[in-house]
Design a protein around this ligand. Structure first.
Ligand code: VG1
Ligand code: CO
Length: 685
């Protein structure tokens, strides 16, 4: 097995019992299905596996690329290839402009290209301004590098998913990817109708559709970053278990972008109508435009009791939900899941149409950017109740918002903000309200990213759950979810995972999942309100009861956006070599330890270092500094603050009151103003 197969491979747990067996059986199954479904003969193209000294993953480059680059060095050569599935080979070539293809043969051309700097994927894929991505061969380079880094069995004749969050340039990018995929021998593409699919839905389609046939998926999203011609575009890859690609793979893609010389692209490809469900043949590849919701809905229906939720929503005692899709890809999912399936009325939906520019919104579901919802829920941007709102009865009982690609969620009660860290802890404490956990014998593990508050740790301690602290980014949870299949003696599932950045989910898919969180909270509300006639016990009461049992972890995050990169790096360097020492320090704080978080994966031992500088105080308070890996320009400094309060009489402050002294002190220690010139954060969440 070539090393890159190892890098990208994860098995779908429900499909096959062991990794090696999984590869063989899946490859065979996919092959047989494709042949049957096309009714055509199957021929395997001859291949050569050999390394290239320039590109560490050169042995993953398929045969055709090798032949073409040596035989046809000129620009824009055209090639014909026989119509065989599972691979193709050039039978003739000539210089551009393109001649017509001989009958029965398709054509691809190679575009000579040069490497472009800066294509290193960050926390969750590559994110750049639309203008950058659409310039010249930028997107082509990245996509070809991605195909070059995949082992042959994960692309040639394989089924892949391609879809995005519908942001500006989504459709054009999909057409380009179709043409490159066809020329790289991909057998079939599944594309969501309209070119859209939410991030958790892509994960579900990879894992579930046709029993988990797809070998991976390209997701076109910059997630919570704004969209539009002047804003961001993004591209990421998910592996065959539906999980975001591991760093080892994205590093290989990055290396390939630095040595790329040519792009293979289908000539004269038909334009696929993304708005009509159905099948289009593109060269030898088949493009199926599919319903983007159906497979994902099936996964949710397995995880939750839809009948009980429907009844709860219609309870005679009253209940009102507002869901803010922020004009992102969550819109069609909310309409189907909450509207059609659970019976929520049209008044439930806010910003409920998908738009290429998110209607000018910054599609990040937090107190600052989901301002319309925050107002409807009777809150100020600080998260405190809005004193000007006197009538409580019109305020909805549950407010939720999703980000651009619908993997994040914000949960609000009536005049009450639930921090994502508290949301995670509450779901853990109430896990038996969710059939997915209950029916598997109860929640086994909780996992949180390092900067996420330790509220969930308190629940884990009390309930005897395994608790894992990972670096930032959902990709670190995948190994825990698939631990047994990867040979670990320890089983971590069912698992609940969360990040302070409004991300929550479980092992029902391999991405965080905004709609899952909404259904989790509906389930919690239903379990706390068994009598349908009684007035509703509100979210605020449920959370306060939780704090009384487990204590409250005051928590907030300061973001300093578009800081000069050198300045941000200098500040981090200072924190890594601080001029202050642990011990009693100013303002009543006693600094116990300063460290730079590193992680050793409990399943495969992989290491992640320099994941954030932590100032750990003697009373358990923390201040964490790290640089964002999802921006498209400049640097964003994130400062995370946390303080634990067990005393119920002191749990009623706002987070900003409770954390202000710690914030001021951490800013002083980091010399943030000195390095960046910033006196105030861009956003506090
Ligand atoms: C941010 C969040 C992180 C999240 C990532 C992707 O990363 O902090 O928790 O996993 O975004 O979320 P960073 O490196 O900017 O801090 V999404 O919904 O934008 O894909
Ligand atoms: Co997102």
């Amino acid at each position: 097995m070539p090393p890159c197969a190892f890098l990208t491979h994860r098995i779908k747990l429900h499909s096959f019992p062991s990794t090696m067996m999984g590869i063989l059986l899946k490859g065979l199954l996919a092959t047989v299905m494709l042949c049957r479904w096309n009714g055509i003969a199957f021929t395997i193209a001859s291949g050569r596996l050999g390394g290239s000294p320039k590109r560490p993953w050169g042995h993953c480059v398929n045969t055709r690329a090798s032949i073409i680059s040596t035989v046809n060095p000129e620009i824009n050569q055209w090639h014909w290839f026989h119509t065989v599935r599972g691979g193709a080979f050039p039978v003739a070539s000539s210089s551009s402009p393109s001649p017509p293809a001989p009958p029965g043969q398709s054509m691809f051309k190679t575009l000579r290209t040069t490497p472009v700097e800066g294509m290193k994927p960050g926390t969750s894929g590559l994110r750049k301004k639309v203008k950058v991505v659409r310039d010249g061969l930028y997107l082509h380079n990245f996509v070809q590098a991605l195909f070059d880094s995949l082992p042959p069995h994960e692309k040639e004749g394989a089924t892949m998913v391609v879809s995005g969050d519908g942001r500006h340039y989504n459709r054009e990018a999909i057409q380009i990817i179709i043409e490159i995929a066809a020329a790289n021998g991909v057998g079939r593409l599944w594309i969501g109708k309209g070119g859209i699919m939410s991030t958790p839905a892509v994960s579900a389609v990879i894992r579930e559709r046709e029993g988990g046939t797809a070998m991976g998926g390209i997701i076109l999203t910059a997630s919570h970053n704004p969209g539009g011609p002047e804003e961001d575009f993004g591209i990421k890859y998910n592996m065959q278990n539906g999980e975001p690609a591991l760093e080892s793979f994205t590093d290989a893609v990055y290396a390939a972008t630095l040595s790329i010389e040519e792009i293979k692209i289908l000539a004269n490809a038909p334009k696929v109508d993304l708005d009509v469900l159905g099948v289009t043949r593109v060269g030898e590849m088949v493009v199926e435009v599919i319903d983007p919701v159906q497979d994902y809905l099936g996964v949710l229906k397995d995880a939750f009791d839809f009948e009980a939720l429907r009844k709860f929503i219609a309870r005679p005692g009253g209940f009102k939900l507002v869901f803010d899709a922020m004009h992102g890809v969550a819109a069609p999912y909310a309409q189907v899941v909450l509207g059609k399936e659970l019976g929520c009325p049209p008044s439930t939906f806010l910003h409920a149409s998908s738009k290429e520019d998110f209607g000018g919104l910054h599609p990040d579901p937090n107190l600052a950017y989901a301002s319309d919802l925050v107002k409807v829920m009777g809150l100020l941007p600080s998260g405190a109740p809005d004193p000007s709102m006197v009538e409580d009865k019109d305020v909805p009982d549950l407010g939720a918002a999703a980000d651009g690609d619908a993997d994040r969620n914000m949960i609000l009660g009536k005049r009450f903000f639930v921090t994502p860290s508290d949301s995670l802890a509450l779901i853990a404490a109430n896990a038996d309200a969710i059939p997915f956990f209950r029916e598997q014998g109860g929640l086994r593990t909780v996992a949180r990213s390092m900067p996420t508050s330790q509220a969930v740790d308190q629940v884990a301690r009390a309930k005897g759950l395994t608790c894992v602290e990972t670096p930032t980014g959902w990709k670190y949870f995948g190994n825990l979810m698939d631990a047994r299949a990867l040979g670990s003696a320890q089983d971590y599932v069912p698992i609940l995972c969360g990040e302070e950045s409004f991300g929550t989910g479980s092992n029902h898919v391999r991405e965080k999942d905004g709609m899952w969180a909404v259904l989790a909270w509906l389930s919690i509300l239903a379990s706390h309100n068994p009598n349908p006639e009684a007035p509703l016990k509100p979210i605020s009461a449920i959370v306060q009861e939780h704090w009384a049992i487990y204590g409250r972890n005051y928590y907030c995050r300061y973001d300093y956006e578009t800081v000069d990169s050198d300045a941000a790096n200098a500040m981090m360097a200072h924190l890594r070599e601080p001029d202050f020492k642990p011990g009693p320090v100013l303002d009543g704080f006693v600094l116990a330890e300063v460290d730079d978080f590193s992680y050793s994966d409990p399943v495969d031992g992989r290491q992640a270092v320099k994941q954030g500088v932590r100032l750990l105080f003697e009373d358990g308070s923390r201040a964490v500094f790290r640089l964002s890996g999802t921006g498209s320009s400049g640097a964003t400094i994130r400062m995370y603050l946390e303080r634990y309060e067990a005393d119920v009489s002191k749990q009623g402050m706002t987070s900003s009151e409770a954390l202000k002294p710690l914030a001021d002190f951490a800013i002083k220690l980091a010399k943030l103003e000195h390095y960046t010139g910033r006196r105030a954060p861009t956003v506090i969440t």
